[in-house]
Write a protein that binds this ligand. Structure first.
Ligand code: NAD
Length: 298
């Protein structure tokens, strides 16, 4: 099998001034893509801006012979998102790949969380993913081609103490990914999400020495690059990537318990049966769930 090339493709990677995004930008550029390196350049909590992070990664890419330009706008601004997509199209003529990766943390136990700590995290992760994708979408539809890779997290998929703002945003991104996969299907646009695990400034303080060694961000980048490649057939999927392992998260539905004259006592008495994961299905769309339900009803 031949190596996977991104020759001639144009990619916008948000939050690519460091951590995972930088690895994505470096890998795509090394395989021939023109890359718009976006990064606002603030700290891990989303405070501040500037600092030249995006430009530094652009220089790294160019020093390796690649093609890249910097963008320092915020994904949390609808106009800023428009400008970064416009920059890709004006500089390189098109946008084939969007990797929504920018992110911040404002962890706090829910009972102590302020309105601004809720809003700013939802703004960067969830609204940011909406905004940049919303501006890239018409270009991808017109070209009948696109690859969007969003960023989720096990903090939302599973739940993690102190991350209600972040977890909710990351699970919202899964819903957006599922719906856009359906809306993009007829136009050749694939939309997937990655749930990464990597040693970055976001995680380094909570990792054991062994995990810190295993979780090289460069071991996530090949998974994201595969999801961004034209030959990857997946859409609407959530892929776990970390330490070199590639796996799939999915939403499963148990066969459950059905009674035409359901009472609260019957729910109690059949609770374990309802929740038993044996024989679960992974519905592709709501019609598949409805078909199963009607089969059980009759
Ligand atoms: P990171 O802090 O190194 O990278 C995030 C980047 O986003 C930073 O460079 C930051 O400047 C940029 N950014 C923040 N707000 C922005 C904005 N409004 N506009 C543009 N850029 C902005 O952390 P990372 O670990 O590389 O995180 C990358 C993504 O992966 C995030 O979405 C994060 O939530 C997600 N994630 C990471 C892990 C992990 O284990 N590292 C786990 C799950 C999810």
């Amino acid at each position: 099998m031949s190596d996977l090339s991104f020759e001639g493709r144009v990619a916008l990677v948000t939050g690519a001034g460091g951590g995972l995004g930088r690895e994505y930008g470096l890998l795509l550029a090394a395989r021939g893509a023109h890359v718009v390196v976006n990064d606002l350049g603030g700290d891990v909590g989303g405070h501040g801006a500037g600092g030249g992070a995006a430009q530094r990664v652009v220089e790294e890419i160019r020093a390796l012979g690649g093609s890249a330009v910097a963008n320092t706008g915020s994904v949390a601004s609808f106009d800023g998102a428009a400008a970064m997509v416009a920059q890709a199209v004006e500089t390189f003529g098109r946008i084939d790949i969007l990797i929504n990766n920018a992110g911040i943390l404002r962890d706090k136990a829910f009972h102590n969380m302020s309105a601004s700590e809720i809003d700013v995290v939802l703004d960067v992760h969830l609204r940011g993913t909406f905004y940049v994708t919303r501006h890239a979408w018409p270009h991808m539809r017109a070209a009948s081609y696109g690859r969007v890779v969003n960023t989720s997290s096990n903090s939302g998929l599973i739940g993690n103490f102190g991350q209600s703002n972040y977890g909710a945003a990351k699970m919202g991104i899964v819903g957006l990914t599922r719906v856009l996969a359906k809306e993009g299907a007829r136009r050749g646009i694939h939309v997937n999400a990655v749930a990464p695990a990597a040693r970055t400034r976001m995680t380094e303080s909570v990792l054991s020495p062994q995990a810190a060694e295993a979780l090289e961000p460069s071991r996530v980048a090949p998974v994201v690059a595969w999801l961004a490649h034209e030959s990857c057939p997946a859409t609407g999927e959530v892929i776990s990537a970390g330490a070199g392992r590639v796996a799939r998260y999915f939403v499963g539905l148990t066969p459950g318990f059905l009674s035409r004259d359901l009472t609260v006592e019957k729910v109690r008495d059949h609770w374990d049966e309802a929740r038993d994961t044996g024989g679960f299905i992974v519905p592709d769309d709501p019609a598949e769930e409805m078909a199963l339900l009607m089969k059980q009803w009759t």
